[in-house]
Write a protein that binds this ligand. Structure first.
Ligand code: ADP
Ligand code: MG
Length: 696
């Protein structure tokens, strides 16, 4: 039995294996591609492909797949075997450089947002050598980018890689200006904390809403939810602990740096956080993590729910995108250091982030908008839909002192005295945490907290990278010809922070006062996807991506259509599922229960006319009224869904789903949940919230 360290990365064609298996020259050429983005020639690819195949076959693989991230929201894979006829009826296992570098999945079945006619169905996947290949279930997985025959980007990885390049280039220019000539490359790093629910498979199988939509569309609250705060960081149940152990082991084999695991706020809710790595690998690893989470659950008779709001009345699930920028010389550019007041380099990068978040707050909101996440943002939990930044006391005071031109006094880090001799004293952190902020500075990185749990983190990260790159390039233009660089730097930092001070908010983001205050400050507050998405194609946003070479104007329009269409489709499925549940199960169940009550009352009366049938009558009365409303509302919803066919414009359609269909769904749910509380559990067709949330 191998120990954990030996198991780690056992299923990854990582650097160590490349070194062992590749000729020195090939290895060096490949490293140059990985580290400096240099083009790779076919002869090198041939050698790499062969070594990869030999390793994979030794590990029991028969197939390989180009693994990519189309605009569907999930990853895609098509498996090809290594077999190749050798002429005398036998086969050999082969894999060429060409097959490694390029794949040709039929692109016509992936969303393109009308960017191509279906006759131009050809699409290409291209090997991304910066993210290592790995093995799952007898197949060699090769991370790839995906584009169309005519070169349009059809995936999420390509813009991410481009944005990383762009940010690196702009940051290096600034650093050279500041005298840091040795820096050749700057990388963005990400550590995504992933929340999820874990429920019993038997409960899941009994709920069509969970099966079709990933969330419960009906369900009255259980007597107990999260009000006792007894689940967060609580002791982990044996069955869940076994799952988590299995999950860690699986992820470690795949080279995922799974680090932290704990119970989250809601019952049955948990979290896994990895150690950060490059944005690109972190994205691939997060996609893998979500897939492995689901697969591992199956083995334990459980189901892992990654939906943002599987249960009403308790917290939904998000993802915290911890993000920073580091140089190849090992410097974290968002680390304030010991004397941030003297650290102009840090201040400049901080100013770039502040300006970016303010100017592109709409994009940050848009990138986390989804049908699922709409239940959290703008509803009563998680960060609100208003994007603002939290800097903490120390940095907040520094920014104030810069803007006001006053001296800065650092809050000396106090000693934490535990008051107990056997417990060691320690230095407190610079700032307390503000858990309500959507974009919080946490020591040497920013934590973007508004992501939904099922989101592919490529999108928020390529937006973040691009907007910060844009600001850095503007800074460079202003600074490059300065006679007195230090004076110019100070003036620029002060100007930028003053102009964008409104985005900084250190208070409680959940309060009503903040909503008012934010409106006064002119910050945007888009409550739903259609409302937010409308601004995706504002000129300023198209310019940002098109001019920086990340996504073209046509591709932006395509993405806009895809997102809106996807949103409407999800709501469509939810509405149909509700109608189906209402008609086929809930209404008949309530009718049966009412009949049972009526029968019981009749039997009682037949025994003696003096026997009270108060309970039966009350319930029959109440349920009959509600059922009438419920049946009418079901019809209304049914008709509303059918009327969606009247819309041809994707934005109009999405708004219709949000403002009409979704509202009816809420009303129908309220009626259904109210009947659930009065109907005998024996008759109610679905497992209750209590059974699901406390069933593991
Ligand atoms: P919490 O926010 O729950 O307190 P932690 O502080 O444990 O979480 O860690 C948050 C995440 O931030 C981890 O995934 C960690 O690896 C990541 N992280 C730490 N430093 C950086 C960095 N420089 N760049 C990106 N992510 C980072
Ligand atoms: Mg966090």
């Amino acid at each position: 039995m191998k120990n954990t360290a030996e198991q780690f990365g056992i299923n990854v064609f990582n650097d160590k294996k490349m070194q062992e298996r590749l000729p020195k020259a090939t290895y060096k050429a490949l490293r140059k591609t990985i580290e400096n983005g240099e083009a790779l020639d076919l002869s090198v690819a041939n050698v790499v492909a062969n070594a990869m195949k030999d390793w994979a076959v030794e590990m029991g693989c028969t197939h390989y797949t180009h693994w990519f991230q189309p605009m569907t929201g999930v990853t895609a894979e098509k498996h090809d075997s290594f077999i190749c006829p050798n002429g005398d009826g036998q086969i050999i296992m082969e894999f060429s450089g060409k097959e490694l570098i390029k794949g040709e999945p039929d692109a016509s079945s992936f969303p393109s947002g009308g960017i191509r006619a279906t006759f131009e169905a050809r699409g290409y996947t291209t090997w991304d050598p910066t993210s290592p290949a790995f093995i799952r279930d007898g197949t060699l997985y090769i991370p790839t980018a995906f584009c169309s025959y005519t070169g349009e980007v059809l995936d999420k990885k390509t813009p991410l890689l481009r944005s990383m390049e762009k940010l690196s280039g702009e940051a290096c220019k600034i650093l050279r200006l500041l005298g840091k000539d040795s820096v050749k490359r700057v990388t963005t790093t990400v550590g995504p904390e992933q929340e999820y629910f874990l429920i019993d498979k038997k409960m899941y199988d009994a709920r069509p809403d969970l099966i079709y939509t990933g969330r419960t569309l009906f369900g009255a609250m259980a007597p107990k939810g999260q009000e006792l705060d007894d689940h967060y960081f609580g002791s982990i149940k044996t069955r869940v602990a076994a799952y988590m152990r299995d999950l860690d082991a699986e992820l470690w084999k795949l080279g995922v740096l799974a680090k932290t695991k704990h119970n989250e706020v809601a019952p049955s809710q948990h979290e896994l956080a990895p150690i950060f790595t490059t944005s690109n690998i972190a994205t691939d690893h997060n996609e893998l993590t979500m897939e492995v989470m689901k697969k591992t659950a199956e083995k334990h008779g459980l189901v892992c729910l990654l939906h943002e709001k599987p249960f009403a009345g308790v917290n939904g699930s998000g993802k915290h995108n911890n993000w920073s920028i580091s140089t190849d010389t090992g410097e974290n550019l968002l680390d304030p250091g010991k004397k941030p007041e003297e650290n102009l380099q840090f201040q400049l990068f901080l100013a770039a982030v502040v300006k970016a978040v303010d100017e592109y707050q709409d994009l940050l909101r848009i990138t986390v908008a989804s049908a699922g996440n709409d239940h959290r943002l703008g509803a009563n939990e998680a960060p609100p839909a208003i994007i603002s930044m939290y800097l903490g006391d120390d940095l907040g005071a520094l920014v104030d002192s810069i803007i006001d031109g006053k001296p800065y006094t650092s809050h000396d880090k106090a000693d934490m005295q535990t008051g107990v001799d056997v417990l060691p004293d320690f230095k407190k952190d610079n700032s307390d945490r503000n858990r309500t902020s959507p974009f919080a500075f946490t020591g040497n990185k920013f934590e973007f907290r508004a992501l939904g749990s099922s989101l592919n983190i490529a999108c928020p990260n390529y937006m973040l990278n691009t907007m910060v790159a844009e600001e850095l390039s503007q800074f460079y233009a202003e600074l490059k010809d300065a006679d007195d660089l230090e004076a110019a730097l100070k003036a620029l930092i002060r100007k930028v922070l003053s102009e964008h001070r409104r985005i900084i908010f250190n208070g409680d983001n959940y309060s009503d006062e903040w909503v008012e205050e934010a409106e006064k400050r002119g910050l945007c507050n888009y409550k739903s996807l259609p409302e937010a998405m409308e601004h995706y194609i504002d000129k300023k946003n198209i310019d940002l991506f098109a001019l920086n070479g990340i996504v073209s104007e046509a591709e932006m329009h395509a993405r806009y259509e895809i997102e809106l269409e996807h949103y409407s489709k999800l709501l469509h499925i939810e509405a149909l599922t509700m109608v189906d549940m209402a008609k086929k199960n809930i209404t008949p169940a309530v009718i049966s229960f009412v009949k049972e009550l009526a029968d019981a009352a009749a039997v009682k009366k037949s025994v003696s006319s003096k026997v009270s049938t108060y309970a039966e009558e009350q319930l029959i009365d109440s349920l009959s009224d509600k059922l009438e409303e419920f049946v009418k509302k079901t019809d209304e919803l049914d008709k509303a869904v059918k009327a969606s066919g009247d819309y041809t414009d994707n934005l109009e359609l999405a708004k219709y789903y949000r403002n009409t269909v979704f509202e009816l769904m809420q009303e129908l749910r309220t009626l259904g949940d109210s009947m659930e509380t009065e109907t005998s559990a024996e008759y109610w067709p679905y497992p209750s919230y209590g059974e699901i949330l406390f069933g593991v």
